[in-house]
Design a protein around this ligand. Sequence first.
Ligand SMILES: C[S@@+](CC[C@H](N)C(=O)[O-])C[C@H]1O[C@@H](n2cnc3c(N)ncnc32)[C@H](O)[C@@H]1O
Length: 360
Amino acid sequence: MIQTKKIPAIYRLKNRYKTEVIKAVENYLSICRNNNSAVFWPIRMFSALNLFLWHLEAFKKNKDPSEDFANVFNRHSLLIKNAKENNVVLDVAKLNNNEVTFEENVSDLFSNIWVEMHDDIYFDETFYFTSTRFKKNNIDPESFFKNKVVLDAGCGSGKFSATIAKFGAKKVYGVDIGKKGLDFARQQAKKKKYCSKVEYIESSLLNIPLDDSKVDIIWSNGVIHHTIDYKKCLQEFNRVLKKKGKLFLYVNGSFGLFELLQDSLRICNEDIPQKLFQNYIKSLGVNSGRLYWLMDCLYAPYEYKSLDQIKLWLNETGFNNFIQLKRGVPSDQIEQISQGLPYNKEKYDEGQGKIISTKK
Ligand SMILES: C[S@@+](CC[C@H](N)C(=O)[O-])C[C@H]1O[C@@H](n2cnc3c(N)ncnc32)[C@H](O)[C@@H]1O
């Protein structure tokens, strides 16, 4: 059994959604739970992926997606039920799903994804996206990072560590619990001269192996909502950051129907081995950036917090002067929200919280 400490959206946020939405998701969950033998994994992988991809088109429409949301879940419940009744499921060998800790589960998931990442996404797209996101929010990334000592907290594959080095940082520490991801990052670093300033360290962010007041900037992109102790990470960030140092924090805010969709599918997928699902997505020929996004959304446990809660915790742990980045590249949900996506509250609510704050 995989440990999932997070409370699923379906229980936490029940009163936020329409009754038919909740009923449809509950029914789908119970059908998945009742059909959890390996013979159902192929049909359920197909279903989970298609349910998730459904939102990409459905959320573009100028209407509240609640009714369609309930309908699509009901159709997929029927699909699995019919597959069972008509015996059209394929047989696959049952794989062992040994007891693993929460951190092992998260680090294993991401480590297996990083090794798939191609250089165009790793170096070029990451640099372009980061540059665009900063500039659209009127921040010049070069002056932000130039000659700074930076901690990339939860660096994963190291793609942002490389980008930050390219912006001219003096030194970049990339810290993560995923050994396989760090091995990949070290190999990638050999491909670019500017990456010689990056040092990768295997460690949990709950106990960062750096001295107090060691760094000028902390960059933490999509990490601490996957950890077991959100607030302890913020305390550690505060400790290793110099006074007046900057923290760039990307964590998920409240995320509307998207949160319910993602969270419910993650729970449904708990018994399907990650590697099997990853190979299935790969077999569809998606690019390595999208593969990462899909596996992240369909497998990683998230802790969604409202932006008010995040700012409160930042304040309590010693940060102030919040600058919220509301613009991004077109595929970022916050960019769609800021461009006035119809029914954005129902669809994505606050979207990603990208906040730059200062150590008091
Ligand atoms: C969604 S990935 C983000 C990686 C990277 N920041 C990026 O944006 O490409 C989350 C990363 O957080 C790491 N992680 C999760 N919990 C952690 C912890 N307690 N300490 C250090 N890293 C952790 C995972 O291993 C994974 O690499």
